[in-house]
Every structure is written in structure tokens, then in C-alpha cells.
Design a protein around this ligand. Structure first.
Ligand code: HEM
Length: 99
């Protein structure tokens, strides 16, 4: 692909994570796969300084949540989940759950 001089290029990390050339089944969320090469915490010299803390917090919080609420589940059909209308960072507007 040729990018003409002076054109603006918008890079999308979210799009990189769905590159089928790099990730097998990119639309599948499977926390057990241990996928490497994702860019959620950045890359290169500006790689997230807080990455070890963020990973530790996530492990602690998710483990505690699932221990406390073992029956935690979605409270709406999956296709009714609403996503924020932005390409910057994908995220839910709300996540209704029951336990
Ligand atoms: C899930 C939580 C987090 C995510 C997804 C995240 C994501 C990122 C990403 C993508 C970058 C790279 C930005 C770029 O290339 O311009 C970054 C950089 C950075 N993050 Fe995080 N971060 C998280 C948590 C944290 C925490 C907990 C801290 C500090 C306690 C932190 C401190 C930083 C700093 C200081 C940088 C700049 C590094 C640099 O420019 O050299 N982050 N983060």
C-alpha cells in the first residue's frame, strides 16, 4: 500500500489485535491461550511502566471477584451489550451482571 505524502495515518491498536495473520481466531476471547504479541500495554521504549502493577492488580481483583461471586454471569443477552462509540479504546457502556 502506498501512503501519499501529507496524508494523515491513524493507527488502531484494536485493529492490530484482530489481525488474523498474527492471531489465530482473533475474534475469540480465551484467557487460557496466553497470547503474546498484543499491544494493550504498548510496545518499545514507551512500553507501559506500570505493566507489572496492572497485571498484579488485574489478577488480584478478578480472582477476588470470582471467589466472592462464583455464580457471576451476564444479566442480558450478549447481543444487547452496548459498546462505547469510539475507536480509541473498546469498552462497554455498561455490563449488567447477576450472581
Ligand atoms: C490495565 C492498565 C493499563 C493499561 C492498559 C496501560 C496501557 C499503557 C499503554 C498502551 C502505554 C503506552 C502508551 C504509548 O505508547 O504512548 C502505557 C504507558 C505508560 N503507562 Fe500504562 N497502562 C496501564 C496501567 C498503568 C499503571 C498502573 C501505571 C502506573 C502505576 C502506568 C504507567 C504508565 C506510564 C508511566 C507510561 C509511559 C511510559 C513511557 O512513555 O515511557 N500504566 N500504558
Amino acid at each position: 500500500m502506498t501512503i501519499p505524502a501529507g496524508e494523515t495515518v491513524l493507527l488502531s491498536v484494536a485493529s492490530a489485535h484482530r489481525d488474523p495473520a498474527h492471531f489465530k481466531d482473533p475474534d475469540e476471547f480465551n484467557p487460557h491461550l496466553g497470547r503474546s504479541g498484543h499491544l494493550a500495554l504498548g510496545h518499545g521504549i514507551h512500553y507501559c511502566l506500570g505493566a507489572p502493577l496492572a497485571r498484579m492488580e488485574m489478577e488480584t481483583a478478578l480472582a477476588a471477584l470470582l471467589r466472592r461471586f462464583p455464580g457471576l454471569r451476564l444479566d442480558v443477552p450478549r447481543d444487547q451489550l452496548r459498546w462505547r462509540p469510539t475507536i480509541r479504546a473498546r469498552g462497554l457502556i455498561s455490563l449488567p451482571v447477576a450472581w
